[in-house]
Design a protein. Sequence first.
Length: 398
Amino acid sequence: MNVSQRGEQMPSSPIRKLVPFAEAAKKKGVKVYHLNIGQPDIETPPAIMEAVRSADIRVLEYSHSAGNESYRRKLTEYYKRVGIEVNHQEILITAGGSEAIVMAFMSCLDPGDEIIIPEPFYANYNGFAVMAGVKVLPVTSYIDTGFALPDVSAFEAVITPRTKAILICNPNNPTGYLYSKAEMEALKDICLRHNLFLFSDEAYREFCYDGTYISALHLEGMDQHVVLMDTISKRYSACGARIGALVTKNKDVYATVMKFAQARLSPPGLAQIMGEAAVDLPDDYFDAPKAEYQARRDLMIRRLNAMEGVFCPNPGGAFYAIARLPIDDADRFCQWLLESFTHNGQTVMLAPATGFYGTAGLGKNEVRLAYVLNLQDINAAMDCLEEALKKIRLEVRD
């Protein structure tokens, strides 16, 4: 029996596909520093864990398909604090940000429709597009400009009658780029001119270091065009909770998403309790993790740019960076780091950037790094990378 064509087209994750090589290295006693995946090591707030432990639940029932009303009402308070005015009937709780993205695709685009995404982009957008039968139109941003938004003309050049939406991640995964007010206004103009949806993945809004966070829902005149996707995963270091949200003021879109939400019954119940408790965390909760991530960013970027032949722009937000290395095959290099290289019994796991581009051939000399380890471990990981690049240079010269 053959699997489906959709299954054949479904891409492997560039973030996770090297896991077997990392596991094999660990079995040989090698310490692996994981900079390949955005799994924070910041402690999940004890207060939100305690909210679940202390919940008086005799029967863990289905919630409303849109999520518990108490949680959705609570989230309106959170969004108000970040300048987004919404009511609880404009919020739908999802199983992580991933389900919010898939539901947006399924609700706003038909099979064969097109969505424009500035590349490099979060690799799983490719998988979500395959699931929905949607074609991704990549518009390239470049490392030499720090991955700034491509010019309006680049978007205009790829728009066809089947183009229905633009998708951004702000601050960006995998580049860490933080879109400016002017760039967001440029996207608004394109969407209004061509009647496109603007999908905005805002999972990292709390972690902006240089510049101001601008939500798609801050843009005036865009209420019928914006679908915001969100998650508590990175915000509260609660990736395993699998609780996200889809937010839109477009009533037709919301009603359509609700049908998909009803088909999957309801979002996770215990995690909604966590999410609701998180809104009551102190106003200064994010000060410490944000400062920690910024210190990690500063250390990693300084170490990278001090290495011979390496260039890494300074990311304005999130906890990712893409670096250009003096290599010609990032996939082979990242596998070699795990299979054949050690430095003092240690190595580093990176994500080859090829999987974050939609255009074939791009990212061959780039890697994504997630600065989710403590400063000591980041330093040790950078030592490994520096020694690996030195070894490669010596082998080439020989």
